[in-house]
Design a protein around this ligand. Structure first.
Ligand code: AMP
Ligand code: FE
Ligand code: FE
Ligand code: ZN
Length: 276
């Protein structure tokens, strides 16, 4: 049996990743992967570019799964939901993406205003220049804060200024977990709970299951071996798909790029596709 290695969680510069899709694909191949899912936050902009590149250079030798990651709100907690095999040209999806993008732009202007009031001199233009397509997130603001010498790294930017409860934090519009799962199903996709190991309230796992989630991201760069095993058991007990990926944003973490180290192995991609 031939197994294919798939990293099902990767960001590009269309959201808060550093690399363009073509570079992500080259790095994925260099690091021994047979396929990836591009799962940018709130956007599908990188998918077509990735698909065209693969078609022109690798054809069926490299697999691309169209994906997206939504940062949803569930009770007090931000819960990330991944969608795979989505019809990424669906009109409702594209309308939602426009709405999310506009809300991100408005929210980033509010964050910048708070930072300015704290005596930090950064502009929307500088932040926008960090993005490919104005899908502004706090990581882009953090990068400007680093460049201008206000903080030493991204975690410090969150800890000192833009993390939840910090002086320049501003909420953004978020889908509910149920709405995200339903939308993903409506556009032909499967829904997966991202990095459950990062949840503060682990009872949210069962609540996602009750809301109809199709799978759990058991393997993730922030999960310990024990955690991965525990999440796999939950999948087996609840007849859910086991998925995994690096959540690579292009930065090195603890000396590694992450690509090629966090993946699932499948003999047949179709087993992943069917919804519950
Ligand atoms: P946003 O979508 O603009 O609210 O930004 C959230 C993104 O910032 C997440 O998806 C992570 O990629 C990143 N992030 C959130 N918290 C932290 C943190 N404490 N340190 C570094 N990156 C973070
Ligand atoms: Fe991110
Ligand atoms: Fe996430
Ligand atoms: Zn992610």
């Amino acid at each position: 049996m031939i197994y294919i290695k798939l990293d099902l969680h990767i960001h590009t510069h269309y959201s808060d990743g550093l690399f363009e899709p073509t570079k992500v694909i080259e790095l994925a191949i260099e690091n021994g992967l047979n396929g990836i899912a591009i799962t940018d936050h709130d956007t599908i902009s990188g998918i077509e570019e990735a698909k065209n590149y693969i078609n022109s250079k690798y054809r069926e030798d490299f697999i691309l799964i169209p994906g997206i990651e939504f940062g949803c709100i569930h009770g007090e907690e931000e819960v990330h939901i991944l969608g795979y095999f989505i019809d990424y040209n669906n009109k409702s999806l594209l309308e939602l993406i426009d709405k999310l993008k506009l809300s991100r732009i408005n929210r980033s202007k509010k964050i910048i205003k708070k930072l300015n009031d704290l005596g930090i001199s950064i502009s929307f233009e500088e932040v926008s220049n960090e993005t490919k397509d104005n899908l502004v997130g706090r990581p882009h603001i953090a990068r400007v804060l680093i460049k201008k010498g206000y903080v030493k790294d991204i975690p410090s930017a969150f800890k000192e200024y833009i993390g939840v409860g910090k002086p320049a934090y501003v909420e953004r519009f978020k889908l509910s977990v149920g709405d995200a799962i339903d939308l993903i199903h409506d556009i032909g996709g499967i829904s997966v709970l991202a990095h459950p190991g990062l949840l503060e309230d682990r009872s949210n796992i069962q609540e996602c299951i009750d809301l109809g989630i199709d799978g759990i991201e058991c393997i993730h760069s922030e999960h310990s071996h024990e955690e991965s095993k525990y999440f796999k058991k939950i999948c087996m007990d609840n007849d859910l798909k086991i998925t995994g990926g690096s959540d690579c944003h292009g930065q090195y973490k603890k000396g590694e790029l992450l690509l090629g180290n966090y993946y699932i192995e499948l003999d047949d991609i179709d087993t992943l596709k069917e919804s519950k």
